[in-house]
Design a protein around this ligand. Structure first.
Ligand code: WTA
Length: 664
């Protein structure tokens, strides 16, 4: 059956989009506004008048074993502490609380496997499994404060593992399944993980990738890693090292069923999540307990207007990114939501699988990345039009700026013009959504994340004067502490200060994005100002990719930039100088791409490689990336006289033109 959007054909859509683009703002539909949890704009003023009282009110929605004595401790900025003196447990809030209130039979996840397998997991079942696994972890010697690595695909055990860690106060360090084993090793080493939870194999569009064996290849030399727990998921054969490796099902079966949640200090570390920064070494973002949970639960409730008794929520991200941590696991479970969890890709077994799942489970709230929306747009409206999407009522996006055309397609084809769109801006560092419309209040503009969430304070600062910009472009900053923010970079407090608080002082968090404020005060996030690239919503540092490329034996030097890409937002372009007089060919390109896949992951492979005899450098030897970006995108270069060898750029421009001619 076709939904209301069924009439929209490809060509008609383009025409209508062109007309729609003239419309400036989209008001929340009256009916939606009437029933919304938040529909009075006064909430912004209330929160602004007394942000601490606002956040304390949100924190009171959680279960605390002991209430805090102080909402915010700001004795040592920017090392803030929230809800000090309070104790709580995240897994208790996500599980026990709902079961004790008689909601144990509610489905927490409708899990769906790639091949159509289905598993509904209720809150009561999740609690039982988490308790057993928490005990099993304790039996293996994991205690409060020990770091546990998790390298798992989108299977229920990834959620169970995270909650089991939270239950016993062992901070987890999840590594996205798309990262290579080498990247896992590095993250385990940096965080000194004591135990790693992984799987035999993972489903990848109908094939199975061996996981445990790849992990084994690289983790052998890690002194701190005492145990590896293997989830038997796909039946892929794998080596088990005597005394170190154990199977998940066996230790869970042997574990005691009761494991009371430990009361933990509000500032107890909940997790570390490595993310890319300006240098090759990823940053270990540290999130703690009380403030983080307060932030994710409040934003999840209000940004998506969550009605846990009737909504079916689906965040189509991977649990290995912060979006998955906050909006697949902690926010939704804390709020007692019923979610969909999908193991696979958006185009397997067919390009309409998302819409099939929405119809199948009656999804009411969908949260995904603009890059996925652009892919669906490309595949055509016929795919969604085959399904009844009338259950949907709120649509969200995250991870990168959404271009107005994709926004309008989402609005019209998926939302039938009935669903407010929440374009949510935030980061691994902020833990929770920071800039977003509220679906029952905010008039939206396609491409703008609109305004800070109540209790969040953002400004756009002029790049040269540091003064707030009332209209125009500048650097995005957050000007007040917020409970869900990172507390530090794990084991690197100096780098934390240097990265975020050296530019405008200790009171002003430098986001790393450029933004524009329009004449109505709306915020438009433009993109990164540092050497971070955003490929399909995956965050990568150019330095990280460069260091992977130079690991290839033929490579002498490399410079990586992000260039605009219609599908993935940005794509990686690498300028590569080979050793001696080696000449690069297709085989070298494949070799370099394979090296990057091994060191980081397939998603980091350069889309284009441009051979260069030399790179444009300043007299002091610094690579001028700005020039490389101009060269790659075919822009005029302007003054190049400050370069050590101005002739280099002309040669590269020539190469780019040749490549383009070949592509055409
Ligand atoms: C970008 C993902 C524009 C931004 C939750 C940010 C966005 C980086 C948006 C963080 C948005 C995220 N509009 N840009 N709605 N959401 N970004 O840490 O550049 O993986 O700094 O967290 O993604 O990426 P991260």
């Amino acid at each position: 059956m076709a939904s209301g959007s069924g009439e929209v054909s490809g060509e008609a859509l383009d025409h209508e989009l062109a007309e729609l683009l003239d419309v400036e703002t989209f008001d929340p539909p009256a009916e939606f506004r009437e029933r919304a949890l938040l529909n009075d704009p006064a909430v912004y003023e209330q929160a602004a008048r007394d942000p601490q009282a606002w956040w304390a009110k949100q924190a009171k929605e959680l279960h605390w074993f002991k209430e805090w004595t102080e909402v915010l401790n700001d004795d040592d900025p920017p090392f803030y502490k929230w809800f000090t003196g309070g104790t709580l447990n995240v897994s208790y809030n996500c599980l026990d609380r709902h079961v004790l209130a008689g909601r144990g039979d509610r489905v927490a996840f409708h899990w769906r496997g790639e091949e159509g397998q289905e598993r509904d997991i209720t809150y009561a079942e999740l609690l039982a499994e988490v308790q057993r696994f928490a005990n099993a972890l304790k039996d293996l010697g994991v205690g409060r404060g020990d770091v546990v690595g998790i390298y798992l695909p989108m299977i229920p055990e990834v959620v169970i593992s995270m909650l089991a860690c939270a239950r016993i106060g062992a901070p987890h360090n999840v590594v996205f399944g798309g990262f290579s084993a080498e990247a896992v090793r590095e993250r385990m080493e940096f965080s000194e993980a004591k135990l790693l939870i992984t799987t035999d194999g993972a489903a990848r569009k109908g094939k199975t990738a061996p996981i445990k064996d790849r992990v084994d290849d690289v983790t052998g030399d890690l002194a701190t890693l005492e145990k590896i727990v293997v989830v038997r998921s796909k039946g892929t054969p794998c080596q088990m090292k005597e005394g170190r490796d154990v199977f998940y099902d066996e230790i869970v079966a042997a574990a005691h069923p009761d494991c009371p949640a430990e009361p933990l200090d509000s500032e107890h570390p909940l997790y570390i999540l490595y993310t890319s920064g300006s240098t090759a070494k990823p940053k270990g973002i540290l999130h703690t307990t009380g403030g983080y949970l307060t932030g994710v639960a409040a934003t999840h409730r209000y940004v998506f207007d969550l009605k846990p008794d009737s909504d079916v929520y689906w965040c189509a991200a991977d649990v290995g990114w912060v979006t998955g941590h906050s909006y697949i696991v902690y926010g939704p479970l804390c709020n007692g939501a019923t979610s969909v969890m999908w193991e696979g890709a958006p185009d397997y077994p067919h390009k309409g699988i998302w819409w099939e799942l929405i119809e199948r489970y009656g999804v009411t709230i969908l949260y995904c990345a603009p890059t996925a929306i652009r892919a669906c747009m490309k595949w055509g409206a016929d795919w969604p039009n085959k399904h009844d999407l009338s259950s949907l009522r709120v649509l969200g996006t995250v991870g990168e700026p959404i271009n107005p055309k994709a926004w309008l397609w989402y609005h019209k084809v998926i939302g039938s013009e009935r669903c407010p769109i929440v374009d949510t801006w935030w980061q691994t560092e902020t833990g929770a959504i920071m800039i977003t419309p509220l679906p029952g209040i905010t008039a939206t503009k396609p491409g703008s994340a609109t305004h800070p969430f109540p209790g969040v304070f953002a400004e756009v600062l002029d790049e040269s004067t540091g003064e707030p910009v009332t209209e125009g472009q500048g650097l995005l900053v957050l000007t007040r502490p917020c409970p869900s923010m990172l507390r530090t970079l794990y084991k690197e407090p100096e780098r934390f200060l240097q990265t975020y608080f050296s530019r405008f002082g200790k009171d002003t968090y430098l986001v790393g994005d450029a933004a524009r404020r329009d004449s109505d005060g709306y915020l438009w996030v433009i993109g990164r100002i540092d050497d971070v690239v955003n490929v399909s919503g995956h965050r990568l540092s150019t330095a990280e990719v460069e260091s992977a490329i130079v690991a290839h034996p033929d490579v002498a030097e490399a410079a990586v930039i992000g260039e605009h890409d219609e599908d993935s937002g940005q794509a990686i372009v690498a300028f590569v100088t080979l050793q001696g007089d080696l000449v690069g060919d297709d085989q070298t390109i494949e070799g370099i791409r394979a090296t990057v896949a091994d060191r980081i992951g397939k998603f980091a492979r350069p889309k284009r490689i441009i051979w260069s005899d030399d790179l444009p450098k300043t007299r002091s030897g610094k690579i001028m990336r700005r020039l490389l970006r101009d060269i790659a995108e075919g822009r005029a270069l302007g003054d190049v006289t400050t370069l050590r060898d101005p002739a280099v750029t002309a040669q590269l421009e020539e190469r780019v033109k040749e490549l383009q001619a070949q592509e055409d």
